[in-house]
Design a protein around this ligand. Structure first.
Ligand SMILES: NC(=O)c1ccc[n+]([C@@H]2O[C@H](COP(=O)([O-])OP(=O)(O)OC[C@H]3O[C@@H](n4cnc5c(N)ncnc54)[C@H](OP(=O)(O)O)[C@@H]3O)[C@@H](O)[C@H]2O)c1
Length: 442
């Protein structure tokens, strides 16, 4: 951490030792008392009452100085509280600009909270004060430098999605106003107290929706929704298999698919079976079961209509054999290669991609079973090609949320200074649903 947090840390650990984060008034009073003794002056307080402290005054101190010292102490204590809360609140309300940047490609430690000048919106842009953003697996790929197709070098701020409040309009912006709540899929830059965005990309968000839930719609639910509704051609009663059903995208897709009336199977590790089942999905423990055999058993040897897979080429091959004739395989990532890749190395993911091209060629040449492999889904490509679909789909998702028909699983709400910890949790596969960062209050 730099600047601001250094200052904050020094303040908390100042040489008086009187004020540290988490210290109760009782302890502070004890310190004051200790200092008073050291300086051979009157002790002011002792720590004996039920409330945690009690004032005891030396008879030598007359009522006026006593009153004065008490007032000074409480004024000081209130100021200290305010200053400390303010430190957090600079992620929480004042005008300092802070962002978490990837200083170089690598592990979670390369994430650093820095301060800077508040960015200004140019013509056609607006500045948004961030309310919430989220930690996603995609941010981890960006941090490692293995996210394909993005031409950016560190230092830069990650942050794929955000919900915020407009706090400044650039020249020529119409149709938006200061104070309005908006959301966007930013791809980069949302791990920050403020972000400048082209006005045309922003979607207005109703005030009554929960900011932590809305932010999950932008990347995770959108990916799930578009794959179900745009990439696949599914009707109620058909069957699907979702890999990683407990993850951010997997859990979103599980909810949407069950809502659509599909018969849903979902793979997850042992500890997450209950969560997957709680969404109305038939869980398959991929650590202990062969999912191909289990799907065959559950579907009378027929297979499922569609498999959604972002794991690895080895997994894609097995998913392919879990399809019924005429079924569709939809792939959208290389999770294993991305988890394994060292910081800064694109080789693993690129090699996996080549293997995938080769595998498709083999199927085309030698497979007669009439199964379909859809073009690899990518949310940014889809938005670039069909921005109107993105807007329509977000409207649908927002309506589902407002009607209470989907309930995003926010696994943890953290603050931006915990970004490294959030990344570590996602990479360790600990998360069930989504980690949301609360950046500022309304
Ligand atoms: N193409 C796109 O536009 C797009 C958009 C968003 C995400 N993605 C991709 O989608 C994937 C998932 O993203 P996410 O945000 O949902 O990540 P996530 O929240 O970390 O969830 C992924 C989950 O997959 C599970 N998993 C790992 N290995 C597995 C295996 N062999 N079989 C079944 N499940 C396994 C892990 O849980 P357990 O192992 O503990 O069950 C993990 O929690 C990533 O590869 C990401 O790059 C693609």
């Amino acid at each position: 951490m730099v600047d601001h947090f250094d200052r904050q840390q020094k303040w908390r650990e100042s040489e008086t030792g009187l004020y540290r984060q988490g210290q109760s008034p009782a302890k502070i009073l004890w310190h004051l008392d200790f200092l008073a003794r050291k300086r051979k002056t009157a002790p002011l307080y002792t720590n004996t009452s039920r409330l945690g402290f009690r004032m005891t005054f030396k008879p030598s101190l007359s009522p006026r100085p006593r009153l004065f010292l008490t007032a000074v102490f409480f004024a000081w204590y209130a100021a200290a509280q305010f200053a400390w809360a303010g430190g957090h609140a600079s992620i929480d309300g004042n005008d300092d600009f802070q962002q978490v940047v990837i200083t170089e490609y690598g592990g979670p430690d390369v994430l650093e909270l820095v301060t800077g000048e508040l960015p200004k919106p140019g013509p056609g842009e607006v500045r948004v004060r961030t309310l919430t953003t989220s930690a996603s697996f995609t941010d981890i790929m960006l941090r490692k430098g293995i996210y394909p197709g993005l031409d950016v070098e560190p230092p830069f701020a990650p942050g794929y999605d955000m919900v915020g409040v407009i706090d400044k309009l650039g020249e020529g912006v119409t149709g938006f106003e200061v104070g309005q709540k908006v959301a966007d899929m930013t791809i980069l830059g949302a791990y920050a107290t403020h972000i400048v965005r082209p006005a045309e990309l922003l979607t207005p968000i109703p005030d009554n929706l929960d900011d932590g839930e809305v932010v999950t719609l932008m990347l995770s639910y959108m990916t799930a929704y578009q794959m179900l509704e745009r990439a696949a051609d599914l009707e109620a009663g058909q069957s699907i298999l979702i890999h990683g059903a407990s993850g951010a995208v997997g859990s979103a897709m599980s909810q949407l698919a069950v809502l659509k009336g599909l018969k849903v199977f979902g793979t997850a590790s042992t500890a997450k079976q209950d969560f997957v089942a709680s969404m109305g999905v038939t869980p398959i423990d991929y650590k202990t079961e062969d999912f191909v055999a289990r799907i065959a058993e559950e579907t009378g040897g027929e297979g499922v209509d569609v498999v959604f897979d972002a794991i690895s080429v080895e997994n894609f091959k097995r998913s392919y054999s879990a399809l019924k004739p005429g079924g569709t395989l939809i792939i959208y990532g290389f999770y294993d290669a991305a988890v394994a890749a060292d910081g800064g190395s694109m080789t693993g993911v690129a090699f996996e991609f080549l293997k995938w091209q080769w595998q498709q060629l083999m199927w085309r040449l030698f497979d007669n079973e009439d199964r379909v492999v859809a073009p690899m889904y990518g949310i940014t490509t889809m938005r670039d090609e069909h921005p109107e679909w993105f807007r329509e789909d977000l409207q649908q998702l927002t309506a589902l949320l407002a009607e209470g028909r989907i309930s995003p699983r926010v696994w943890k709400t953290m603050s931006l200074d915990q970004a490294a910890e959030a990344h570590r949790m996602i990479e360790a596969g600990e998360v069930q649903g989504k980690i949301v960062f609360r950046v500022s209050g309304k």
